[in-house]
Design a binder for this molecule. Structure first.
Ligand code: NI
Length: 175
């Protein structure tokens, strides 16, 4: 396995819309494994292929405390969405920034797993937030896009300062 470089906002490559995965082959499985390793090392709880500059519809998630529940979603689709909830989100591509974003509270998602088999899953809470956040990445969208222009300008300044500091990994979870 290998650690991959994570693109950081405002890198324009994060705006690329990902293409569907045509076949779940060994190359895709290696990408999923490398993405999981990269996500755990960051550390984060979710990572989309877009963030490692591979523009295919693939994301990995593990919201467990002990890295025991890796999930791979290939060509994910949201089948149903209900309710709404506002939660603080962070992102490995937007280091040290956490802001509240409103999203659907419960979703049902369909995707292919690492073996190329179709599955459906109901998600709520942090998992629902994480799936929606990562699926946005595949559309070239970032959580900061939901914020007001004024707030985003402030974030850009804060981010520039944070980069200068090159602070270590924060204690909070990034997606
Ligand atoms: Ni993210």
């Amino acid at each position: 396995m290998a650690l991959l470089e994570i693109l950081e906002y405002p890198d324009p490559r994060l705006r690329t819309v990902a293409e569907p995965v045509a076949a779940v082959d060994d190359a895709i499985r290696k990408l999923a494994d490398d993405m999981l390793e990269t996500m755990y090392a960051a550390p984060g709880i979710g990572l989309a292929a877009t963030q490692v500059d591979v523009h295919r519809r693939l994301l990995v998630i593990d919201i467990s405390e002990d890295r025991s529940a890796p999930l791979v979603f290939i060509n994910p689709e949201i089948l149903t969405a209900a309710g709404s909830a506002k939660n603080d989100e962070g992102c490995l591509s937007v280091p040290e920034i956490y802001e509240a974003v409103e999203r659907a509270e419960q979703i049902r998602v369909r995707a292919l797993n690492r073996a190329g088999e179709s599955f459906e899953m109901d998600a709520d809470g942090l998992l629902a937030v994480c799936i929606q956040h990562e699926m946005d990445h595949l559309e070239g969208k970032l959580f900061v896009d939901y914020l007001s222009d004024m707030k985003r300008r402030r974030l850009k300044k804060k981010l520039a300062k944070a980069r200068k500091r090159e602070a270590g990994a924060g204690a909070r979870q990034a997606l």
